[in-house]
Design a protein around this ligand. Sequence first.
Ligand SMILES: Cc1ncc(COP(=O)(O)O)c(C=O)c1O
Length: 473
Amino acid sequence: MEQIILCCFDAVRMLVLLWPLAVLSIWHPGLPKWVDRMIHLDSTILMNLTSLLYLDRSFRTRQQHLQRVSAVVKTEISSDTMEVDITLSPRVNSVKPSKTVAITDQATALAQAGVPVAAGSLILILQQCAVIRLAAGEPDFDTPAVIAEENGISYTPDQILVSNGAKQSILQAVLAVCSPGDEVLIPAPFWVSYPEMARLADATPVILPTPISENFLLDPKLLESKLSEKSRLLILCSPSNPTGSVYPRKLLEQIAKIVARHPRLLVLSDEIYEHIIYAPATHTSFASLPGMWDRTLTVNGFSKAFAMTGWRLGYLAGPKHFVAACGKIQSQSTSGASSISQKAAVAALGLGYAGGEAVSTMVKAFRERRDFLVKSFGELEGVKISEPQGAFYLFLDFSFYYGSTVDGFGAITGSESLCRYLLDKAQVALVPGDAFGDDTCIRISYAASLDTLQAAFERIKEALASIKPTVHV
Ligand SMILES: Cc1ncc(COP(=O)(O)O)c(C=O)c1O
């Protein structure tokens, strides 16, 4: 129906508006200026009608390489060349790329090579060789220099893939590089989806526990001891969900040295909380470390720092070979990220370095909330804390209370039953640590107002007071 309306409209405007003007312009020397104005008017009307009918549905949807969202990571590769295993999962070869997406890419390539793109019917008549883009559109993003400079890394457009959220970016990366039998090394506590994504890729998650006494940071020696021929991917998340830990640069350098000795090993660096970080902690992009650019798949997104969760926009940056494989998988599951979200993301990037004033105001508020919670829970008996340096989560060790019983509720055997008890008794919803691979802890998100957090703390405190802890010696 929409197409019929557009076709009719096109025919009418050709007959009534544009064709006579085109003919007249040949005869009258002063007319081209008017023709120009009419073309402008014509394309404006057409644009408005199109957007009314299609609501920008196909126009500008395929922003496959968010040419401008991220950056081009120029690695400071050390003088010695290191090998990287660039094999892909057999599932990548078994999938045919989407033809519609491929054609759109060809049209883009032609347009980028200077072949004009037709905008309206008259222009098409005047520009016989123009590419008519009936496949999908390309939005007009400019690479934000701020991002490129922020992390000391840079990427060309074909080294970036924009998806409907960082979750999609991560899954596609895992599917692209992991084959059945491969191992994915995941420090715990981990973001809930990592091990499941490894399983979806027929790989085996290998969990590397990190204790609260070490601020939940991976011990390089433990990593080294777990590496084998099967190790394909190490997933790092800094700042971390659920712990808020931030990997110091020096520790990342030690990890990088170990990674460099294993040609098969790639790193997926989930940096979605990079802007939510509390000084003096600083963020280091793993890909910026010497020799790591070639083997790092960096994931980021707009859900956290820009509070744009519902907009569903994330991206992957890495060597073209891997990004193309992820693009192939994506081309058969979704045609691209929402154009509306991409526009919003461009606006977010326009806020300036690290999200500018808006994000720093948010980070200031998070910091105030973190300080309140760390101080308050620090005063409670038996609760162990590692002060988060980033993100907006507190991962508290409540194992002191395990093994206790509460009248009218029963036994508290672990994080799951403690969370159930706190929901029952205090009406506060928290996430059990076992979901993140550490049953000793419970995750508290402080993405809530200080007033709400104060009320929650009082209720938790009261509920915990009713538990009779087992005698600890
Ligand atoms: C560590 C981490 N990575 C990725 C994601 C997914 O983000 P998105 O909303 O962009 O899919 C989340 C969301 O909670 C997260 O916490």
